[in-house]
Ligand binder design. Structure first.
Ligand SMILES: O=C(O)Cc1cc(O)ccc1O
Ligand SMILES: [Fe+2]
Length: 453
């Protein structure tokens, strides 16, 4: 079966070829890659002198003493050590990129909320200036919780680089295409892809096709991992080989540049005289990757009932409480509904976890109207939600033939922590004031007599 005729998959362009534009398959693999022959030391990490006059530098993504099956680090062989920068850090104001806790008096987060797509703005926006935080949860300084953002990007970063010491970023493009030029290589991502940028990884974001809009889950906690499949076994859901990590690619460019750092919920900037993307070779298991969501193999009910949406978990970031994630990233994609005698859409629900959803394309089965591509919804901790009247009546009376949910891709960032609306989400973003009316016309059917109504 080719990419083109995979059921439910859209056709995709091949990854760009040419030198230093490839990807290596696998999630959490121990990779090794060199952009120049012989640049990577063999059999040791710290030779007295590295080939090509490179400097060796380790990037530790977990504590030195993390259990070995969770331990992540990468050895970089670079033109200059990344400590070489020319200025002390100065604070920078990026007022729309918020961090938890960001709890404002007067802003009510208790409720069901839905937003139309955040529109593009006239001013040019980069990855940094175009980040619009919608919700925050937990506390960035204790490395718990997350933030959900929308990005609006029309301009490439030029001689400007960024890293977040606070977080790992899960990027979910919805419109346009971006290029993430990272220390470890280049990732291109558009709608239907996700990208994972590890904490501390230096990168620049270029616009390949603009304007670009998408969603970001900023994970303050332990890294995203694949969920255990339990009795499902060794296959289906997200398969390790479909995650792609870039091969080494370096820039040898001596131009005045800036490096912005997100640290402790604040932003700081310093200057350097060269591109910091100067890693010629690297080996290790702490690396960025991308994943094509059309390769996600959903598993579901094949006879009756609607299982919990955890069956659609692509990635999970643990919280320390077993089974209770800091964040689950859950995908609602094309699939067949075949359950007999069953109300097939999501049931009515109250949840200890807080559910933030985004629509990448198509129609979501619990909300035929109003939850549109680029839009978001939030059903916060213990807040009731579920199908709107149209979905309820439609599914209660439908003929239960096998039905293909086609052309649909929505997702959920689900966290154990309550999500707080930012001022932007409450006051500037296109909040749908009438959202809760979608349940208003659900009528009382009970009349005290037995029998199906
Ligand atoms: O639409 C939602 O709220 C998400 C969701 C989907 C589902 O299939 C079951 C439960 C649930 O919360
Ligand atoms: Fe839900």
């Amino acid at each position: 079966m080719t990419q083109q005729d995979r059921p439910g998959g859209l056709t995709r362009a091949a990854s760009p070829g040419g030198p230093h534009r490839g990807y290596m398959p696998g999630f959490g693999n121990d990779f090794e890659t060199e952009a120049l022959p012989g640049a990577l030391p063999q059999g040791m990490n710290s030779p007295q002198k590295c080939a090509y006059g490179l400097y060796g530098e380790q990037l530790s993504g977990t504590a030195f003493t993390a259990p070995s099956h969770q331990n992540e680090r990468t050895w970089c062989y670079r033109i200059r050590p990344s400590v070489k920068h020319s200025r002390r850090y100065a604070e920078l104001d990026l007022p729309y990129w918020r961090s938890a806790p960001d709890i404002r008096p007067g802003i009510v987060s208790l409720g069901q909320f839905r937003w139309d797509p955040v529109p593009m703005e006239d001013a040019p926006l980069t990855w940094l200036t175009g980040m619009r935080t919608m919700t925050t949860a937990g506390d960035v300084n204790t490395q718990t919780g997350m933030a959900a953002h929308i990005y609006l990007v029309t301009r490439s970063m030029e001689d400007a680089y960024f890293y977040s010491a606070d977080s790992e970023l899960l990027v979910v493009p919805q419109e346009g295409r971006l290029r993430f030029c990272t220390e470890l290589g280049v990732i291109d991502a558009g709608p239907q892809d996700i990208a994972l940028i590890p904490r501390g990884m230096v990168y620049r974001v270029e616009v390949l096709e603009g304007p670009a809009r998408g969603f970001v889950c900023e994970n303050y906690g332990q890294k995203f991992d694949l969920p255990g499949r339990g009795p499902i076994g060794a296959n289906c859901m997200a398969n390790r080989r479909d995650f792609k990590t870039p091969v080494a690619a370096f820039e040898d460019r001596e131009v005045p540049s800036t490096v912005t750092v997100k640290w402790g919920g604040r932003f700081f900037v310093t200057e350097i005289g060269q591109s910091p993307l100067d890693v010629v070779a690297w080996h290790g298991n702490y690396a960025p990757c991308k994943y094509d969501l059309s390769t996600y193999c959903p598993v579901g009910a094949v006879l009756f009932d609607h299982p919990d949406p955890s069956i659609f978990t692509v990635l999970t970031a643990p919280s320390g409480v077993p089974g209770t994630a800091n964040i689950d990233f859950v995908l609602f994609r094309e699939r067949w509904l075949v359950a007999e005698g069953t109300f097939r859409p999501p049931w009515y629900h109250r949840n200890v976890m807080s559910e933030l959803m985004g629509n990448i394309y198509g129609q979501y089965d619990a909300k035929p109207q109003g939850f549109v591509p680029g839009g978001m919804s939030l059903h916060n901790m213990m807040l009731p939600h579920g199908p709107d009247r149209e979905a309820f009546e439609g599914a209660s009376n439908a003929e239960l033939n096998p039905q293909k949910l086609d052309n649909t891709m929505s997702f959920m960032f689900e966290t154990r922590f309550p999500q707080h609306l930012t001022e932007f989400a409450a006051k500037e973003a296109p909040l749908q004031d009438d959202y809760i009316d979608c349940w208003d016309s659900l009528e009382k059917k009970f009349d005290g007599t037995p029998g199906v109504k």
